[in-house]
Design a protein around this ligand. Sequence first.
Ligand code: GLN
Length: 279
Amino acid sequence: MTSPISPARVDALLRAASVTIERADAELLLGHALQHDRAWLFAHATDPIEAAQAEAFAQLVQRRVDGEPVAYLVGTRGFWTLDLNVTRDTLIPRPETELLVELALARIPESAPARVADLGTGSGAIALSIASERPLASVIATDEYKAALAVAVGNARRNGIDNVWFRRGDWYEALGNERFDVIVSNPPYIESRDAHLRQGDLRHEPMTALASGEDGLDAIRAIARDAPRHLARGGWLLLEHGWNQGAAVRELLTQAGFVDVCTERDLEDRDRATLGRLG
Ligand code: GLN
């Protein structure tokens, strides 16, 4: 028996979707609709697809056209070597944040224990990446929001990581009098009046994870100011920030008593992270 309409094929659906959305996004969405990974799509390019799955894919493509971020549509995002769940309660981990992970790892010993804190952990991206590379380190990850912490806890389990402990609180609130060898954070740092917050994918992410006061530096000011009380002598503070905030963040770290303060650039050659050591 032949159907009057020829069934859709993997390759044809991807080609059609690529007219309105990015090819890479189309692959992630089709993989999600079919519950297969990208490699499967290539190996099965000429496979027919059931009408219900083609319809589910069409709906996802439409939501993407309407501006919803792919990571929220599929519920996951790759970061470092990990596969992380993300929800609308968490920022979507960005590739440029891997710089912060690299800089932190360079300051955490491989064969000795170290105490690390990740402030505002969101999906847990930074804390879990560090913990996965440094099994001897104890990582404390904090977040003000219960819903974000629930996602991060799930991500630890999902990736089999057991050297991260999650605590709820604003910046240092949940850390008591403990001192750390490394404190790392990718806090919100966008100026609250920046028009980008109301455009494109950013509209869908939690505002509290993105914006931080008039000059974008409220969170970084608070973190830098109190860092010396939570770091061991010689401990490092590493912060992500915007491309135009390097000088301001270096100044804040220097004022707080840090030495060896420097700014590092991301893969796009833009200022992205500033770090300093407690003298
Ligand atoms: N630490 C998380 C990340 O880097 C969340 C950061 C944030 O919400 N500002 O993805």
